[in-house]
Design a protein around this ligand. Structure first.
Ligand SMILES: [Zn+2]
Length: 478
């Protein structure tokens, strides 16, 4: 016990020393945030410009040459180019918006405005958590409103143009209202709890906050399929038949605790297709998109499921959860360094006394500090994104190999190619763009990996010479 308390004391000492160093009026926090945001934006534009070049390549990559008709290839190239152009515009817009918000001092102004509003409706200003919730709701409108226009444009112009959009305007509007209502009903109480835990735990808030966050995630896992998903989609049990038999047999063989097998009406909104599983360790649900069932033969659906169950067999979701929790832990730990940083508050135009909670005599508005802290460390997400993508990409190869090992190589290859064609995924990908943006390897990358994997018997005849080559090489190596 004494060694644990000395560790805590040690961490405490480090935190307060770092906090002293970071609370320095000479550090130009505001300029730092704008510069880092500019660097991130330039980086994103650079990566996009590399990918943009891929859309002028006239022919598909060799792995896809036999599968893509000229017409499909051209369509996929046009779709990719439109989507990327859209992303580039959005990235630039967000950068400008961020600078405008900081430079006009909108954040501190909104703090004062919401204080006046509280006066007006007779709320006591010392209720810092209520004030914080009003403030965050008001300031998030600055990004939520333009975002509505972007999403609208993406759905009804870009997806529509390429034939993917199945949403009606009425459905789209109801979706937005529901999303907004969920953000209010779940988001605000969560945030209030988050702030309350820090307020109550005081200096050593990190372990308590971790405990709180993990409990919230667990609760969400349970309530999402019961209360939230039905607001948007309908899940119906997969009817008896070939596909059901195959999936049940596969789950049985792998001892996957399959409780329910559903079809989701994904086609209501879009013709993109997918499959996934979720649930507690002892009781799992598998969900198949109706589009997946329409576009694939039963053996191909089974192969896609074998891939998904490969993720389960290798503990991929649990591993990703662990990575997410460690990310959360160090983020919160570092926040402890900045929570009372007066220079950070002052640099963004806030009264520095707010950093210790003095002007109105109430507790400190922790949310302001957390928002500024997030602004400062947002660029680090770039690295986190690289790291997590490198993990998930590795997991995809592993799951593919798992399905191949179960004898689904040929059907998996066929299903992946179909999926790629139906989704008009980009045939060419720039390496850096792909590593940065894609959680999944591209189809040519996956086909190449499957090709190299020794169990590969899925290849079409015209490519089988490659298998011979690989086999010969293996013999030599042995
Ligand atoms: Zn996968």
């Amino acid at each position: 016990m004494s060694s644990l308390s000395s560790v805590v004391q040690g961490l405490d000492g480090i935190t307060s020393r770092l906090a002293d160093l970071a609370d320095n009026p000479d550090i130009p926090y505001e300029r730092l945030v704008i510069s880092l945001s500019a660097v991130t934006t330039i980086w994103e534009l650079y990566v996009s410009s590399r990918q943009m070049k891929c859309y002028s390549i006239p022919l598909p990559p060799p792995e896809l040459q036999h599968h893509l008709k000229k017409e499909t290839y051209d369509k996929a190239q046009a779709y990719g180019k439109d989507k990327l152009t859209f992303n580039v515009r959005q990235t630039m817009f967000n950068f400008v918006l961020g600078v405008v918000v900081i430079k006009t001092r909108l954040l501190p102004h909104a703090w004062d405005w919401t204080a006046s509003f509280m006066d007006l409706v007779g709320l006591d200003q010392s209720r810092v958590i209520t004030h914080s919730l009003l403030w965050i709701t008001a300031t998030s409108l600055v990004s939520v409103i333009p975002n509505l226009f972007w999403t609208y444009h993406f759905t009804f112009v870009i997806e529509e143009k390429h034939g993917f959009n199945k949403t009606t305007k009425k459905l789209w509007i109801t979706d937005q209202i529901k999303t907004f209502a969920i953000a209010i009903v779940l988001g605000l109480p969560f945030l209030a709890g988050f702030l309350k835990v820090i307020e109550m735990a005081g200096k050593n808030f990190v372990p308590w906050l971790m405990l709180f966050m993990i409990s919230v995630q667990l609760i969400l896992q349970i309530i999402y399929p019961i209360f939230i998903q039905p607001l948007f989609n309908k899940l119906t049990p997969l009817p008896e038949g070939d596909v059901r038999q195959r999936v049940e047999k596969l789950a049985n063989k792998l001892q996957f605790p399959l409780k329910h097998l559903y079809v989701i009406d994904g086609s209501k909104r879009s013709s993109h297709s997918n499959a996934y599983f979720y649930g507690l360790p002892w009781s799992k649900q598998i969900v198949l998109y109706d589009t997946l069932l329409d576009q694939n033969t039963p053996p191909e659906v089974e192969a896609v499921l074998a891939h998904e169950l490969g993720h389960w067999k290798f503990w991929h979701p649990a591993r990703l959860l662990l990575i997410a929790q460690s990310n959360l832990l160090w983020t919160l730990g570092l926040f402890a360094v900045f929570i009372h940083n007066k220079s950070l508050f002052a640099s963004f135009g806030f009264d520095p006394r707010l950093a210790v909670g003095s002007p109105v005599g109430g507790p400190q508005p922790i949310l302001i500090g957390f928002t500024l802290y997030q602004l400062l460390f947002e660029p680090l997400d770039t690295f986190v994104k690289f790291f997590i993508n490198s993990k998930t990409r590795k997991y995809e190869y592993q799951a593919d190999q798992f399905a191949m090992g179960l004898g689904h190589a040929k059907d998996l290859g066929a299903a992946l190619i179909k999926l790629h064609i139906e989704n008009l995924s980009s045939p060419h990908s720039d390496k850096l763009f792909s590593k940065y943006h894609h959680s999944h390897p591209t189809l040519p990358e996956r086909l190449r990996a499957m090709n190299e994997y020794k169990g590969g018997d899925w290849l079409s005849k015209n490519q089988s010479s490659k298998v011979e080559e690989i086999k010969a090489k293996e013999k030599k190596e042995l």
